[in-house]
Structures are given as structure tokens and as C-alpha cells.
Design a protein around this ligand. Structure first.
Ligand code: ZN
Length: 258
């Protein structure tokens, strides 16, 4: 994936701060914003950067006139994955590899586009297909922890909210375990980093090893994929900032109640 799904849900969960302010200092939401501001700015910058870089290289033709779909096919065939299909999908930057269906889905600006950006993104998705076929360790780890992470992302914040509303040691305990559950989200995002960086490395290696692309194609694809990688780093930083904020809430509750 080039885009990050988790990112949005975290930025929008800023509402938690309102509950966090309950019963202590009235500027809780402001405190939350101050804690989260660096991460939010990083996230915003990363999203703008990936959008801008992709748009720029979507307008530059690659030297071979190869479409994204053809580039994905090339990388797949280089790795003996002729059984993986390539389909078209609607939306923008919705490109992904579906391991269950063994199909790469490419968006309109990638599938039939002969741009440098299209080749970079398509080769990256093919990189994910190769990872799955090879049983790449971080992918296997991530698949194992996904159910727990899903619970952590839903139940964790809920426990923290309820914990902040409750008095005494019960509230404190809830916040503590809420933070612990929420840390599974950070773990998921941490394991995602090697997966994404490796898919991009495989894509760039394939572009270089094919011997048919110019340096300009390689450099452009690298810029697009590096920008995309930053969104995953930003997502992790956002989660860590939230955990840090919750931890101060936990300590704050302790100071008031003890
Ligand atoms: Zn990816």
C-alpha cells in the first residue's frame, strides 16, 4: 500500500482530548493538540509530499513508455509469479496487493499510465507480492499480530476514555491497560516499516536490474517511494505521541487521586 489507512483514524481521534480534560485542567484539549502537533505536522507534510511527488512524476513519461501494469507484470515475471493477476481499481493512490486473491490492483493514474510515478508505484506493489510468495518474515509477523492490533486500536482508546472519567485506582488501572492495548497499534506500525521499505527496495532493484530504464526513471521512482515511506513513519510517530500523551494523563490521574 502506498497510502496509510491507520493515519487518518489517529488524526481524527483528537476528540479523546476532550475527555482527557475532564476534571483536571480545562485546557486538556489544548494540551492534547500541543502533544500531537509535531506528529500532525509531520503527517500533513508527509501526505503533501507523497501527493506532490507522485503528481510531479505522473506527468513525466518513463524512457520505455511502459505502463504501470506492464511494469508490475515485469517485476512479477522476474520473480516467477506469473500466476499473480493485475487488475484495475478506482480511486487515487488506492494501489495495493491482495494476498488472498493473489491480485495486484492498480489505480487509474498507475495502471495504464506510462509515467515514472506509475512504474514506481506498480513495481512497489509487485514487491509486496514477492514478499508474500517468499514468506518474508515481517509480513508473517504482521499477519499474526493483526487480530490483536485491531482489538488494541478499538478497545485501548475506549478504556483510556472511561479510565479518565472514573475516579480512583480503578480509573488508573483502566488507563494503564488501555495504553498497553493501544501500544499494539504502534507495534503494528513498527512492523509495517520494514515491509514497506523492503517492497520499495525490491521495486527499485527490479527497475535497475531490468537494464531497460534510464537513471532518470530510477531516481524519480525512488523519490516517489521515499515520500510514500515517510507517511508510514509519520503514522508511527503520531501513535507514539498519543501514547506519550495518555501516559501523562495516567500519571496526572495518579497525582490527583493518590
Ligand atoms: Zn506498500
Amino acid at each position: 500500500m502506498i497510502n496509510t489507512i491507520l493515519m487518518g483514524s489517529f488524526l481524527y481521534s483528537g476528540g479523546l482530548g476532550r475527555y482527557g480534560s475532564y476534571g483536571s485542567y480545562g485546557s486538556g484539549y489544548l494540551t492534547y493538540l500541543i502533544f500531537l502537533l509535531p506528529a500532525m505536522l509531520l503527517g500533513f507534510w508527509a501526505q503533501m509530499k507523497v501527493k506532490g511527488t507522485f503528481e510531479k512524476y505522473s506527468l513525466i513519461e518513463n524512457s520505455r513508455g511502459m505502463t504501470g501494469a506492464q511494469a508490475a507484470r515485469m517485476v512479477l515475471d522476474q520473480n516467477g509469479l506469473s500466476y499473480v493477476r493485475i487488475e484495475h481499481i478506482s480511486g487515487k493512490l488506492t494501489d495495493h496487493y491482495d494476498p488472498r486473491g493473489q491480485v495486484i490492483r492498480l489505480s487509474r493514474s498507475v495502471y495504464g499510465s506510462t509515467s515514472i510515478g506509475a512504474v514506481g508505484v506498480a513495481a512497489h506493489e509487485a514487491g509486496h507480492a514477492v514478499q508474500h510468495a517468499e514468506g518474508y518474515a515481517p509480513i508473517r509477523i504482521r499477519n499474526k499480530i493483526i487480530p490483536a492490533c485491531n482489538i488494541g486500536s478499538r478497545v485501548g482508546p475506549l478504556m483510556i476514555i472511561i479510565g479518565c472519567l472514573m475516579a480512583g485506582s480503578m480509573g488508573r488501572t483502566l488507563i494503564f491497560y488501555g495504553i498497553l492495548l493501544f501500544s499494539l497499534v504502534a507495534l503494528f506500525q513498527l512492523v509495517t516499516l520494514p515491509v514497506e521499505f523492503d517492497a520499495s527496495n525490491r521495486a527499485l532493484m527490479a527497475i535497475k536490474d531490468s537494464g531497460i530504464f534510464d537513471n532518470e526513471d530510477y531516481d524519480g521512482a525512488k523519490k516517489v517511494l521515499s515520500a510514500a515511506a515517510m507517511t508510514y513513519v509519520a503514522a508511527l510517530v503520531t501513535t507514539l505521541s498519543q501514547m506519550f500523551y495518555y501516559a501523562t494523563r495516567y500519571l496526572g490521574v495518579g497525582r490527583r487521586r493518590d
